[in-house]
Design a protein around this ligand. Structure first.
Ligand code: FE2
Ligand code: FE2
Length: 217
């Protein structure tokens, strides 16, 4: 798969093209979620002073982030094997994670000129996050969690917590804090269900928790 290190210049008409292609890959509910993530990303990009170019890149990442969500666990694994996408033994037992890996690859296959490395990475880490995320990756992760179509209790709670944090803190501190809260919610529910925990979530939580504590010293 070709590497695309240069930031893509994505236009409104490119976003229209993406929007016209994606419905076949989404259930109606997932499409509504995806369009809502795009709107949330547009709002967050404004708050975080993204350039026009980065705003368009974030919106494109939002539209494409769940593009392989319809695939079963077995299909995800077969896709990874066919396209040399690395996965660990542990990940074979967490098929939910794999749609972010396959999604990044499939999105680039669909739109090779638009999915640059930053967009690829944002899609790749949208389920687990990771330490020291680029703003594009962190905001897609957050938007996916808090977009207003989500009615899961933790998502609704985190949305209001994040916007309250923005009122009282520097916006990057608010982001780190919201990320830590989100990882806490995710970990709690995984532990309650006795589910496996992906190492990237733990590493991301530790990184952002240390960031917050460093700022307090
Ligand atoms: Fe997802
Ligand atoms: Fe999503």
């Amino acid at each position: 798969m070709q590497i695309n290190k240069t930031k893509a210049n994505i236009t409104e008409s490119d976003l229209d093209t993406i929007r016209s292609v994606i419905p076949q890959y989404y259930t109606p509910k997932r499409l509504a979620h995806t369009l809502s993530v795009e709107r949330e990303c547009a709002a967050l990009a404004k708050i975080y002073d993204f350039s026009e170019q980065d705003t368009m890149r974030l919106r494109a990442a939002a539209l494409l982030h769940d593009i392989t969500k319809k695939m079963s666990g077995a299909e995800q694994l077969a896709y990874c094997t066919e396209h040399n996408i690395a996965f660990t033994d542990e990940e074979t037992h967490i098929p939910k994670i794999l749609h972010s890996r396959t999604g990044a690859h499939f999105a680039r296959k669909l739109f090779p000129g638009l999915v640059d490395d930053g967009i690829y990475e944002a899609i790749y880490y949208h389920t687990t996050a990771k330490p020291a995320m680029e703003p594009l990756t962190a905001l897609l992760y957050l938007a996916d969690y808090i977009e207003p179509e989500r009615d899961f209790e933790d998502c609704v709670k985190l949305r209001s917590q994040f916007y309250a944090l923005l009122e009282e803190k520097d916006k990057y501190d608010a982001l780190s804090e919201a990320l830590v809260v989100s990882f806490g919610y995710t970990l709690s529910s995984l532990l309650c269900e006795r589910s496996l925990v992906h190492v990237d979530i733990v590493a991301a939580r530790n990184y952002y928790l240390l960031q917050i504590n460093k700022d307090k010293k």
